[in-house]
Each structure stands twice: as structure tokens, then as C-alpha cells.
Design a protein around this ligand. Structure first.
Ligand code: CP
Ligand code: NVA
Length: 309
């Protein structure tokens, strides 16, 4: 039987995203009411990380505990991977022990390789190209605050990075419009943009890409930004900070959006760089709900991949 992996948000159909989001909302309610339910008792998640993490690591590990299962944190260099064992052999071995694997890696091709040789579902916990778990939590958060997704205008201001790629695909799958403002040379991947445009045509939404933050944010329901220097790009820091001048989300920029706009950020935030304290700590910010929703969305994803609903 073919195993279902979650390497890109595009691995789910719009209907499957809806199912996972509905499951996430139910799990959140249960969690908040103190109900204990352990459908993953006896199940183990292996978590391979070759980059740092606060939210992804803790939400996956806590999520497995809450579902009655167990999670093992494995730094790349704690595994024999760090000494040259192949990704394929690691996947074959881990598949004999655990029920599901999540991995945060640099090259997207590496997680594709891991999934190719794994007999259990592989979940992308972030690569240089995608961050689909983030998108699930983002869509859940937008739905909670805006009452739906179709026709919502999401404005992305900043780097056309992994979080942006996944958000663009996710929005266009569920019928939300996305308007991006990125400096020249920092637009999202061409291939992913084409995919998103195709999604948009199929699902009746729009993708716009500009170099003008004011234009992208105009009349937006959601304004979203992320760091200008992603993990692994530290050497480009100086050039990037120069290129992203004028792309900060501050109260003046946010004022151009709808009055009831929500501000989102996947976190960690570099306060004073891509966003000001007034915005991230202000009344429009939903970043803590967004961070919390990582937990519920990933619990739902785990249950869905392990065929619990
Ligand atoms: N948003 C996110 O993935 O955060 P971490 O890097 O802390 O996991
Ligand atoms: N774009 C950021 C996201 C961190 C969650 C990075 O890749 O570092």
C-alpha cells in the first residue's frame, strides 16, 4: 500500500486540507476543555532536526504526548547521518521502529529522498523550499479569526521564502487571494509561483506579485511577514537587510489594510527588523494563536496520516 507523506501543502487536496482543519478545531476544543484522548497510544514519532526549532519541535513532541504516543528528538549529528550514513538507509532503518517521521532539513531534495525510502509517513518540518505544517496552522488561524478562507485577501510582505511558498500554495488551494510584495531577486520560487497560479485559476482566487508593500497590503484581511534572513542564510545578512529596506511591517503600513486586518508571523520574529513591537504586540496581532495552532493542526495531521479519521 502506498504511504501518504506530507512534504508540501500541495500533497493535500483542498478537501483534505478542510478535513485536517476540521480535525484540528475539534482537537483544540477537546484540549481546552481538558478532555484526554489517546488514539496514538503505543505509536512513536521520530523527529530529525538539522536546524534549530522552538515551535515545531515542542508542538510535535507535546502533540504526541497528548495523543498518548511518544516522540524521539534526533539531531542530525546525533544520528549516523552526521557520519555519512545515507538518508535512504536511515529511512529504511527508522521505518522498522517508528510509525511516523518528521524532519527539518536544509535541502528539499533530502526530505524527498527520506520519503522515497520510508515505509511510514514523512512530514516536512521545514526545508529551504517549504514549511507546510506552518501553513496548516496559518489557515486554521485565518479561519478562526475571519470565519472562512474563500475570498480572504492575504498580503505577504518580505522574503519569498519557504513559509511564503507554502502559504501561497495553501491560500490558492482553499480559494484565498494572495498578494506578495518582495524586493527584486527575492520573489518566491518560479516553479511554485506557477503552481500557485494554476491553483488560483482552478479555485477562483488570485496571486499578485509586486515590489510595492503599500500596494500588496491595500485592503488586505491578513498581513503576514517573516524574517528577512532565514536559517542557513546568515552569510547574506548584510545584503538582505539592505534589499529589504522599506519592507518592514509597521503601524503606517498596517493602516493601509482593512480596519479589522490581522497580523501574522510564523515566528521567530526579529523585532525592529521585519516588524515593529507596536505591530507584533498590537491589537491586530494573532501571532500567539498562530503559534498555538501549530499544536492542534499537527495533532490532526498525525491522526489523518495514521488513518485515525
Ligand atoms: N515557525 C516555526 O517553525 O518556528 P520554529 O522554528 O521555532 O519551529
Ligand atoms: N523562513 C524561516 C522560517 C522559520 C520558522 C527560516 O527558514 O528560517
Amino acid at each position: 500500500m502506498k504511504v501518504k507523506h506530507f512534504l508540501s501543502i500541495q500533497d493535500l487536496t483542498a478537501a483534505e486540507i478542510k478535513t485536517v482543519l476540521k480535525g484540528a478545531a475539534d482537537l483544540k476544543k477537546k484540549q481546552h476543555s481538558g478532555m484526554i484522548s489517546e488514539p496514538l497510544r503505543g505509536k512513536t514519532l521520530a523527529m530529525i532536526f538539522s536546524k534549530p526549532s522552538t515551535r515545531t519541535r515542542v508542538s510535535f513532541e507535546t502533540g504526541m504526548t497528548q495523543l498518548g504516543g511518544h516522540a524521539i528528538y534526533l539531531g542530525w549529528n546525533d544520528l549516523q547521518l552526521g557520519r555519512g550514513e545515507t538518508i535512504a538507509d536511515t529511512a529504511r532503518t527508522l521505518s522498522r521502529y517508528v510509525d511516523v517521521i518528521t524532519a527539518r532539513l536544509f535541502r528539499h531534495e533530502d526530505i524527498v529522498e527520506l520519503a522515497r525510502y520510508s515505509d511510514v509517513p514523512v512530514i516536512n518540518a521545514l526545508t529551504d523550499l517549504h514549511h507546510p505544517c506552518q501553513t496548516l496552522a496559518d489557515l486554521m488561524t485565518i479561519q478562526e479569526h475571519k470565519g472562512g478562507l474563500r475570498g480572504i485577501k492575504v498580503a505577504w510582505v518580505g522574503d519569498g521564502n519557504n513559509v511564503c511558498n507554502s502559504l501561497m500554495l495553501g491560500c490558492t488551494l482553499v480559494g484565498a487571494d494572495i498578494s506578495l510584495a518582495c524586493p527584486g531577486g527575492y520573489e518566491p520560487s518560479q516553479e511554485i509561483t506557477e503552481k500557485a497560479k494554476l491553483n488560483a485559476r482552478k479555485n477562483g482566487s488570485k496571486v499578485e506579485i509586486t515590489h510595492n508593500p503599500e500596494e500588496a497590503v491595500s485592503e488586505a484581511d491578513v498581513v503576514y511577514t517573516d524574517v528577512f534572513v532565514s536559517m542557513g542564510m546568515e552569510k547574506e545578512r548584510e545584503a538582505r537587510l539592505k534589499a529589504f529596506k522599506g519592507y518592514q511591517v509597521n503601524p503606517q503600513l498596517l493602516a493601509l489594510a482593512k480596519r479589522d486586518v490581522i497580523f501574522m508571523h510564523c515566528l521567530p520574529a526579529m523585532r525592529g527588523i521585519e516588524v515593529t513591537d507596536e505591530v507584533i504586540d498590537g491589537s491586530h496581532s494573532v501571532v500567539w494563536d498562530q503559534a498555538e495552532n501549530r499544536l492542534h493542526a499537527q495533532k490532526s495531521l498525525l491522526l489523518w496520516l495514521l488513518k485515525r479519521f
